[in-house]
Design a protein around this ligand. Structure first.
Ligand code: AHR
Length: 880
């Protein structure tokens, strides 16, 4: 405690000294140039000591600053040495990937208390700028993107400190004007006001870096140790990343040259057993890669509601409009919205045919697959505004023109009316079309075709093969609707659960952040129903009042766009409370009644709610998250709220998210990381040191970068470590789950599919083995391996767990080595008189397919012996 106080005292004295030194002889504003300021971060050496050097900070205009803030240093202001190959110490996180995330003309300034303030221009044409602060130039705090007045822009900022007023002045260029604003804390800013050009003093300098080319930035003076620390930090990072990246099966023959085999002796420890989560393995469902419409949702027609809009694709595809997937042959086909079926579904088709032979055709999602002898449910809403009935001939037609099914629907009502028919396919087709013909005039909407055989035969149901493949993982929970879909592309695109329940024609379709369309046919009711059907806990993830930080730039701004206005947050929070009532409330409650009307009077027994999805942790986020969290906790203390800690396993959002969650005592947080297989191998101790008193972890999104066996086994290895840390890591879901071939926005995924086939990956096989071999108690063991080489030991993973409800003992062993490993496992009494089922997934490391072989055996005694094949996962399920 004393030592700590001494340290603090030294720090205060040091900053006081630096402050006095820098302010000597000055009145009012601090020096006109930062160049000669003595500024020194947290080092104890004064900046103006002989051991100080010049630090140059800059962003690269050539990449619009995407690579972030770089540093170079010089002792003489002539020769400049870039730090750590132009490492980006902080990167802008504003707006969309690609064109946004720019850091232009950054200005770095050290305050009298030693803190570093950095502000930068996001791009030349928007009325926002960016700010972040750091105490050591290494760890950076939250980013903020304050708004200027309408029409103002922000370029080449210069920061000064006014000692008398104790405030900072920021001057900058806005179009052809020079503006000035002030701030005391870099949180609240005065309104920018015009100043004469003479008052704008740009103190940036231009230097030449060894790689050539002149570059402009800020120069300041710092003790040499600052450079050393910056360099060391970046080098460590780069070295770790390279180390992980180098791990690949193609290097294994060199890495493990000379080793032919390994032996390992494993014995259960008599102490240290601990309860672990029995809900570790779940699935992450997001409508990405056509996972919902055209995927799990069994609807066979595309754009059934005529609601596709060019905006779904950011106006980059003129064919993506209300008529998408529909073609008219020999009849009039227009889109109208004057008297819609429902305001949420404004558009509908108007067909006018004066002669027979014309048709309106829907091509489905890459064609309509049909199976001979199977039944299909056809339905539509129609309206005859002229009061004349029409006979609508509905046909399913194969590519060769043969008609595989047909029916006639007599439409007759002047108001919207639903019609249904059953069609039985007379043949197989991979790529059929739906054709509707008539003579006369009719309005149509919600034209739909479902296979009768959906998962569990549910109407408005799910594609059976996909739903069964997911169920086969035996997931203990399903997270939905995302991912980024949950918080959406901008404020207007936040996923609102209320728009996705009730009659399908009243649901509100919307654009998908992955640049297509969501019909909302697969909505919250269907998700909850599916969870119940397969015995998984529903885990809805709701936006924390902010959209995705990667949201496109619109009139409301980019990125988080300021969040839902605070005067709308009460209603937004209420919507979340209503979700709990909808899921769990009695039929007599307002929202419970709606659930019952949809066909489910019994409560769904919701236990978890995720608030936020890997959000940028800003003040805007914190205010809204806290409000929602407190409201849910207060009204529903039994619900486990899951917070969010950013998109990576480290960095500002991770740290700030964890700090906020710990402060608020949020029960669990959602971590995300997509990394190389080497990262998963190198970081097996990631959770070993987590504070057991802090929030629990839901590893909500993770995957190694690929679908080879090597990738899958690196995930298996990591999962054995998650089981060891099952007291902290309560749940984990590989992501993303589904991907439709030719419509994939993200790779790798767990299950690929087309209309007629599903292609589970080897990563899926791993998830399935872990999902089907779960337990609730961890049995610690000791492992002795015939080598001390860490590189070898890290490739061997063992986890022994038990299901205390039935006594089953499960042993999982991963051999990620290119040679076999002989295992001797002493299970003591646990193996006595039991049956063992052995499942093995093995192959060559680059294999993209491999199946699991299952054998059964009766363990002879307490010692189990096994030879683990090279590149394999072996699971023993030992039960009585
Ligand atoms: O899983 C795909 C995407 O990855 C999710 O939508 C998002 O949360 C993450 O960045």
């Amino acid at each position: 405690m004393l030592a700590q106080n001494n340290k603090e005292l030294k720090k205060v004295l040091f900053f006081a000294l630096v402050f006095l030194t820098t302010q000597q002889g000055q009145a009012g504003e601090s020096p006109t140039s930062q160049q000669d300021q003595a500024q020194s971060g947290h080092s104890l050496a004064p900046a103006n000591s002989p051991d100080s050097v010049f630090l140059f900070s800059y962003a690269t205009p050539a990449d619009k600053g995407h690579s972030g803030l770089h540093f170079a240093w010089s002792a003489d202001k002539k020769t400049w040495n870039p730090l750590a190959s132009e490492y980006g110490y902080i990167r802008s996180d504003y707006g969309e990937w690609g064109s946004q995330k720019q850091m232009n003309t950054p200005c770095l300034f050290q305050t009298p208390t030693g803190e570093w303030q950095c502000i930068w221009s996001l791009n030349g044409s928007i009325n926002q700028f960016a700010h972040a602060a750091s105490t050591d130039l290494i760890k950076w705090g939250r980013q903020s993107y304050p708004y200027l007045e309408q029409g103002q822009t922000f370029y080449q900022p210069v920061i000064r400190y006014d000692r008398k007023k104790k405030e900072y002045t920021i001057t900058f260029i806005s179009g052809d004007q020079y503006l000035r604003m002030t701030t005391k804390d870099f949180k609240a800013y005065s309104s920018p006001t015009p100043i004469p050009q003479t008052q704008y003093k740009d103190d940036r300098i231009t230097v030449t870096l060894p790689a050539g080319g002149a570059i402009t930035g800020n120069m300041t003076k710092v003790p040499r140790q600052v450079i050393a620390k910056l360099e060391q930090f970046a080098k460590d990072k780069q070295q770790k990343a390279n180390q992980a990246r180098e791990i690949s099966p193609k290097n294994d023959s060199i890495r493990f040259a000379g080793i032919q085999s390994l032996t390992a002796t494993i014995a259960l420890r008599s102490t240290g057993r601990k309860p672990i989560s029995d809900r570790l393995i779940g699935v992450f469902f997001e409508d990405i890669n056509y996972a919902a419409d055209g995927g799990l949702y069994a609807e066979l027609l595309q754009n059934r509601d005529f609601e596709y809009t060019p905006g779904d694709r950011k106006y980059n595809d003129s064919a993506w409009n209300n008529k998408h997937s529909w073609t008219a042959r020999g009849l009039g086909f227009t889109i109208d919205s004057t008297a819609p079926l429902h305001p949420n579904n404004a558009h509908y088709a108007v067909l006018d045919a004066t002669t027979p032979g014309g048709a309106l055709i829907n091509s489905g999602f890459d064609g309509i697959p049909l199976k001979k002898g199977e039944e299909y449910e056809f339905s539509l809403f129609a309206r005859n505004d002229n009061g004349k009935s029409t006979a609508l001939l509905v046909k399913l037609v194969a590519q060769d023109g043969s008609v595989l099914a047909q029916t006639v629907i007599q439409t007759h009502a002047q108001q919207w009316q639903r019609y249904t028919a059953q069609l039985t396919a007379q043949g197989d087709a991979a790529n059929a079309q739906l054709e509707m013909s008539l003579v006369g005039r009719v309005m149509l909407d919600m034209v739909s075709l479902f296979p009768k055989k959906t998962f569990k035969g549910r109407s408005n149901g799910m594609r059976a093969d996909l739903a069964e493949a997911i169920a086969a993982i035996h997931p203990r929970f399903i997270r939905f609707p995302g991912g980024c879909v949950s918080h959406g592309d901008g404020l207007d695109n936040i996923y609102r659960w209320k728009n996705t329940v009730g009659p399908i024609e009243a649901r509100k379709p919307q654009s998908n952040i992955w640049r297509y369309h969501q019909s909302a046919g697969l909505g919250f009711y269907e998700y909850f129903q599916y969870c119940e059907d397969i015995g998984a806990e529903p885990l809805p993830v709701i936006a924390a009042g902010v959209p995705c930080q990667n949201s496109t730039l619109t009139a409301k701004g980019g990125g988080q766009q300021g969040g839902i206005p605070m005067n709308e947050m009460d209603q937004y929070t209420q919507d979340i409370l209503d979700l709990v009532e909808w899921a769990n409330g009695p039929v007599t409650s307002k929202w419970g009644k709606l659930r019952a009307e949809s066909g489910h009077p019994a409560p769904f027994n919701l236990k978890y709610i995720g608030i936020g999805n890997e959000d940028l942790i800003t003040d805007i986020f914190e205010e809204r998250f806290t409000m929602i969290y407190k409201a849910v906790r207060q009204k529903y203390p039994g619900i486990t709220v899951i917070g969010t800690v950013g998109p990576f396993y480290e960095g500002t959002d991770y740290e700030q998210g964890w700090a906020l969650a710990s402060r608020l005592k949020v029960p669990m947080v959602d971590e995300h990381y997509y990394e190389s297989p080497g990262w998963f191998i190198e970081n097996q101790d990631f959770y070993d040191h987590y504070d057991r008193q802090k929030p629990k972890v839901y590893l909500g999104e993770y995957a190694s970068w690929g679908n080879t066996l090597f990738n899958a086994l690196s995930e298996a290895l990591y999962l054995t470590n998650l089981e060891r840390n099952g007291d902290v890591v309560q749940m984990a879901s590989y992501a993303p789950l589904l991907a439709r071939e030719k419509h994939t926005q993200w790779n790798p995924d767990m299950i690929y599919f087309s209309n007629t086939e599903i292609r589970p990956t080897v990563n899926y096989e791993v998830q399935k083995l872990f999902g089907n071999n779960a337990g609730n108690e961890y049995l610690p063991s000791t492992i002795q391996v015939s080598t001390d080489a860490q590189a070898v030991r890290k490739r061997l993973g063992v986890s022994i767990i038990r299901d205390t409800t039935n006594g089953t003992v499960i042993v999982k062993m991963v051999n990620l080595l290119p040679f076999p490993t002989t295992i001797k496992l002493d299970l003591g009494d646990l193996a006595k008189g039991s049956q063992a089922e052995k499942s093995v997934l093995q192959g060559l490391p680059n294999d993209k397919t491999a199946s699991v072989t299952v054998t059964t055996a009766t363990p002879a005694g307490r010692i189990l012996s096994e030879i683990l094949p090279p590149y394999s996962l072996t699971v023993w399920n030992i039960h009585r």
